[in-house]
Design a protein around this ligand. Structure first.
Ligand SMILES: Cc1ncc(COP(=O)(O)O)c(C=O)c1O
Length: 372
């Protein structure tokens, strides 16, 4: 008797598991693998969560989330975009938003356009639902090319996912790139899912949203990264009024899956949105400079402009081999094949102390100098 579904067999996590097994044997590792900020949650946010728990705000909420948080987010979205009455759904992280939106849209055989390199969940979620990933290669500069996107649109295309600032490349798309994509999307009446979880982490200017230029866009944002609370599982989706039917389907799905996002943390999220996180962002800009200046001469990487990742060409062109050598030298990095159809780059998460970043840079550069 086979207990395991055919569906789940599409999800292959063996590559990354091998890396973790090797990492378990490391001594004094520089850990460049963690996709979460190293700063703590603001005190006021923690206090608001504790207060909510002590005030017995521990029951279920409405499926869509608490009104006080949804009201603030509605205001935020209407202020930023020309959307009249956006629908807001509070989700269990952006991961929850991705799951709901993918499940509510993808039929078996549908094609999903994914700029490559991409955030891992996209590929596995599409495969799980019987969809087909159509990867749009963006190497070597990770820019979004509207014409390549258009070339890949077929009658089976369901949506395009955009993630800016990006994990794993740290790229922030310019307004020109996004406007060109919006023109193509409008021509084909394409749905766009915009994963903006890193929208606060943009170091050289604002992070533009495709929603500024295109109306068939679902915005997904989260609290995990900006407020140092990834374990709280909190995010949201903003859906334009004319996509109300799709919104209702996603609410129905949340009702029968996640039920609701954690109640006390929804209350604390209202406080989070009032916090000034510019000191944290300034500190991360410094980390970006440190990693880029430290690696550019030896590795020739593209300058990351946002999030907290650098996607670095592997010396010799085989990332998995270089990652194995780096792990033996106590630097934990992730091979590009986890995020891409290629295995030519490796990902660094520089969300760690400056002194550890410098140690990691020194170890990686020494490895190249000695011909690893
Ligand atoms: C691009 C991107 N989207 C979504 C997520 C999911 O974040 P969460 O579910 O914690 O909101 C992550 C987390 O690493 C991410 O990098």
């Amino acid at each position: 008797m086979e207990y395991i579904s055919e569906r789940i067999k599409c999800v292959d996590a063996s590559g990354i598991r091998k890396i973790w097994q090797m990492a378990a044997r490391m001594t004094d590792p520089v850990n460049f693998s963690i996709g979460e900020p190293d700063f703590p949650a603001p005190e006021a946010v923690k206090a608001a969560a504790v207060e909510a728990i002590n005030a017995d705000k521990n029951g279920y909420t409405l499926t869509t989330g608490i009104d006080s948080l949804r009201d603030v987010l509605t205001q935020l979205i209407t202020n930023q975009f020309d959307w009249l009455n956006p629908y807001i759904l509070i989700t269990c992280g952006v991961s929850g938003a991705l799951q709901l939106s993918f499940m509510a849209t993808i039929n078996p055989g549908d094609e999903v356009l994914i700029p490559d390199p991409y955030f891992v969940i996209y590929r596995h979620m599409v495969n799980l639902l019987g969809g087909k990933c159509v990867c749009i290669d963006t190497y070597p500069d990770f820019k979004l090319d509207a014409w390549t996107i258009e070339e890949n649109i077929t009658p089976k295309t369901k949506f395009l996912i955009i993630n800016s600032p990006s994990n794993p490349s740290g790229t922030v798309y310019s307004s020109e790139e996004l406007q060109a994509v919006a023109t193509v999307a409008r021509k084909h009446n394409l749905l766009i899912l915009s994963d903006e979880i890193y929208c606060d982490f943009s170091y050289d200017g604002p992070a533009f949203s495709i929603a500024q230029y295109y109306e068939n866009t679902i915005i997904m944002r989260g609290f995990s990264k900006a407020y140092g609370i990834p374990g709280w599982r909190l995010g949201y989706m903003a859906v334009p009024e004319h996509l109300g039917d799709l919104f209702d389907r996603m609410v129905a799905l949340q009702q029968y899956t996640f039920v609701c996002a954690p109640h006390p943390f929804q209350i604390a999220a209202v406080t989070a949105l009032q916090c000034d996180i510019s000191p944290q962002i300034a500190a991360y800009r410094k980390k970006r400079d440190l990693i880029y200046n430290g690696l550019k001469d030896t590795f020739g990487l593209v300058r990351p402009e946002g999030a907290f990742y650098a996607f670095v060409p592997a010396p010799g062109g085989n990332a998995t081999e270089f990652v194995m050598a780096a792990i033996k030298n106590n630097v934990l990095i992730i091979p590009g094949s986890v995020f891409s159809e290629r295995d030519s780059h490796f990902r660094i998460s520089y969300a760690t102390e400056d002194e550890r970043i410098q140690t990691g840079i020194d170890r990686l550069c020494a490895l190249v100098e000695k011909g690893w």
